[in-house]
Design a binder for this molecule. Structure first.
Ligand code: CTP
Ligand code: MG
Length: 170
């Protein structure tokens, strides 16, 4: 799938843990364009896996995103974004800065997610958490336009995620 992104976009990557969001972000965007919840948890709490740092981490992430959008810089939010509350903040932030909220959904097969998760040493939670993300995603995915995302790119399966091409449009 070709993903044409307007330069004035706030891009939400949406996908379970191990769906490949960070890898996708690294492949298709410049490092400063990508704000990841992991990086912000590490900044505020020294460790990307301190989950009780979530509120501070996300407040900081959206603060920085707002500063970037005010400069007209395309920004990517690398977090699971499988919860409606997380996506609501992204849509509101985009609207506040008059940029387009764009959803890129990494909808990877659950067995692939779990297999990747099992070989990761950097995620101290069980596969049940990953399955929970996949469940939340399935419930969410059809509502994204209604939530306010102006473009929704739904990559169905790991192969579609691998094959995606991101293109910048003025
Ligand atoms: N991976 C893989 N093949 C792919 C994509 C990812 O083997 N096509 C592996 C990566 O090497 C990594 C794991 O799957 O070990 C998760 O990829 P990552 O991009 O880190 O996934 P995220 O969605 O960012 O996971 P998280 O939400 O936990 O940060
Ligand atoms: Mg990641």
């Amino acid at each position: 799938m070709n993903i044409p992104l307007p330069e004035l976009s706030l891009v939400a990557l949406i996908g379970a843990s191990s769906s490949g969001k960070s890898r996708f972000a690294a492949r298709h965007f410049r490092a400063p364009e990508v704000l990841s919840s992991d990086a912000f948890r590490a900044l505020v709490a020294n460790d990307e896996n301190v989950l009780d740092a979530n509120e501070d981490a996300f407040d900081s992430l959206y603060f920085v995103a707002g500063k970037r959008l005010a400069r007209g810089l395309l920004t990517v939010v690398d977090a699971t974004n499988v919860q409606p509350s997380a996506r609501k903040r992204i849509v509101e932030l985009a609207r506040a800065h008059d940029v387009l909220p764009v959803a890129v959904v990494l909808d990877v097969e659950e067995d692939v997610l779990v297999a990747r998760h099992e070989v990761r040493g950097d995620r101290p939670f069980g596969a049940g958490v990953v399955r929970g993300h996949a469940h939340d995603l399935r419930r969410s995915v059809r509502n994204l336009e209604k939530e306010g995302f102006r473009h929704v790119f739904h990559l169905r399966g790991a192969a579609a995620v691998e094959a995606a091409v991101v293109e910048r449009v003025p």
